[in-house]
Design a protein around this ligand. Structure first.
Ligand code: F3S
Length: 62
């Protein structure tokens, strides 16, 4: 499972980093970055919750 953040959509709500702090971080400008190119199996549920909780729909899963 891979996650990506669309920088054009991200508005810095930071829910992703709160829900899945081992998968997402917030950069110095307040926008999301992805910490792991491939999400470990044990973090997939949290990563999916982050996807559904992003109000901008900025995170996609492959
Ligand atoms: Fe950005 Fe959505 Fe996270 S707006 S900071 S990807 S919750």
């Amino acid at each position: 499972m891979k996650v990506t953040v669309d920088a054009q959509r991200c508005q810095g709500h930071a829910r992703c980093a709160l829900i899945a702090p081992d998968v997402f971080d917030i950069d110095d400008e307040g926008y999301a970055t992805v910490l792991c190119a491939v999400v470990p199996a044990e973090l997939e549920d949290r990563a999916r919750r982050a996807v559904t909780n992003c109000p901008e729909g900025a995170i996609t899963v492959d």
